[in-house]
Design a protein around this ligand. Structure first.
Ligand SMILES: NC(=O)c1ccc[n+]([C@@H]2O[C@H](COP(=O)([O-])OP(=O)(O)OC[C@H]3O[C@@H](n4cnc5c(N)ncnc54)[C@H](O)[C@@H]3O)[C@@H](O)[C@H]2O)c1
Length: 337
């Protein structure tokens, strides 16, 4: 304890919840973000929740000079790297932006860390790296094969990290493959604040429930699943945040690097998620069936066994809790931050 952790993407959805979790657990945290997909107001909310200071700077991870200055000034012992772009569809139309931000941004950060002697990193990867899994639940040794530039940018960073750990065993790297983050902080003060049309299911459902959108498009109702709609492993963002804490604690305890899934191990279909949200908000969510989207898979959920074994971490919150917390956030912040 007493270590200072640098969090990139600190004002973003998962970054903000993780900062809150770290501060509550007594760590010192410094946040950076280029604010391309978030609001600096999130930082004030985290301070309000935790009653602790969160020093923050608007820095782009591709800005090597600014990163180096920060690392020279602050006693940073480890980094949690969330900063990046995450919209699968957008990555297909703007691949260069995704490789520049996600791949070049990560290499820029790693180079600055390496030069300044910081050798502990937690990296945000994604279940997207599994592509269309042959079997579920998906374990970490399942074949990888992303189907879009976003997923490939994550896989490439994973490869860079593996090469770095191989070249210099002083590095301790935790690669966390998230399944489908959902929900919000129980206080209702921080949550997902998408710009424009939400890419993820739960913020979209919430905006329909709030009357901001007329209906939810359900992409495909003829998948080989119980009700024909796609099945995913929704994981509460506060459980994810705790997963980062557990990964960090392991990096300080044990040498070596590891990759773990962060998921619940339970799948829920789109229609089950809609029904759960309807129960949470007491309103009905109109849906319309739309054609399948290219690249979407029928069923994907995690094997959480390795995370339990290595990190003693398990998801604690269920889909009902995710919906209730997301709805609270939506109602308290109808227009986001
Ligand atoms: N939310 C998901 O569904 C999901 C699933 C799997 C993995 N991930 C990964 O987790 C990480 C965090 O995701 P999130 O949902 O919190 O997204 P988010 O967009 O809310 O947060 C990412 C943050 O990074 C910032 N950012 C982007 N490019 C930057 C740059 N070059 N320099 C500095 N800051 C930059 C954005 O402004 C944003 O605040 C991302 O790397 C994402 O790919 C997210």
């Amino acid at each position: 304890m007493g270590h200072t952790i640098l969090v990139t993407g600190a004002s973003g959805y998962i970054g903000s919840h993780t900062c809150a979790c770290l501060l509550e657990a007594g760590w010192q945290v410094i946040g950076i973000d280029n604010l391309s997909n978030s609001s600096a107001r999130a930082i004030g909310r985290i301070e309000q929740i935790t009653d602790r200071a969160l020093p923050f700077q608007a820095i782009d991870v591709r800005d090597h000079t600014a990163l180096t200055k920060l690392l020279q000034r602050e006693p940073i012992s480890a980094v949690i790297h969330f900063a990046g772009l995450k919209a699968v569809g957008e990555s297909v139309t703007r691949p260069l932006d995704y490789y520049d931000n996600n791949l070049c941004g990560s290499v820029s950060l790693l180079r600055a860390l390496h030069q300044q002697g910081v050798r502990k990193l937690v990296f945000s990867s994604s279940a997207t790296v599994y592509g269309d899994p042959a079997t579920v639940p998906v374990a970490e040794d399942a074949p990888t094969g992303a189907t879009n530039p976003y997923g490939r940018s994550k896989l490439m960073v994973e490869q860079v990290l593996a090469d770095l750990a191989q070249a210099d065993p002083e590095w301790r790297i935790a690669t966390l493959r998230y399944f489908n983050p959902a929900g919000a902080h129980e206080s209702g003060l921080i949550g997902e604040d998408p710009r424009g049309v939400p890419n993820n299911l739960m913020p979209y459902i919430a905006q329909v429930a709030a009357g901001r959108r007329p209906h939810l498009a359900v992409f495909g109702d003829d998948y080989p699943t119980a009700d024909g709609t796609g099945v995913r492993d929704y994981i509460h963002v506060s459980d994810l945040a705790r997963g980062h804490l557990a990964a960090l604690e392991r990096l300080f305890r044990v040498s070596g690097s590891f990759t773990v899934n962060l998921g619940t191990g339970q799948g829920a279909s789109v229609l089950q998620a809609v029904a759960a949200f309807e129960r949470a908000c007491g309103r009905s969510i109109p849906t319309r069936t739309a054609p399948r989207r290219p690249g979407d898979v029928a069923t994907c959920y995690a094997s959480p066994a390795r995370a339990a074994e290595l990190l003693d971490w398990r998801a604690q919150r269920d889909l009902a809790q995710m919906c209730a917390d997301h709805w609270r956030w939506q109602q308290m912040n109808p227009d986001g931050y």
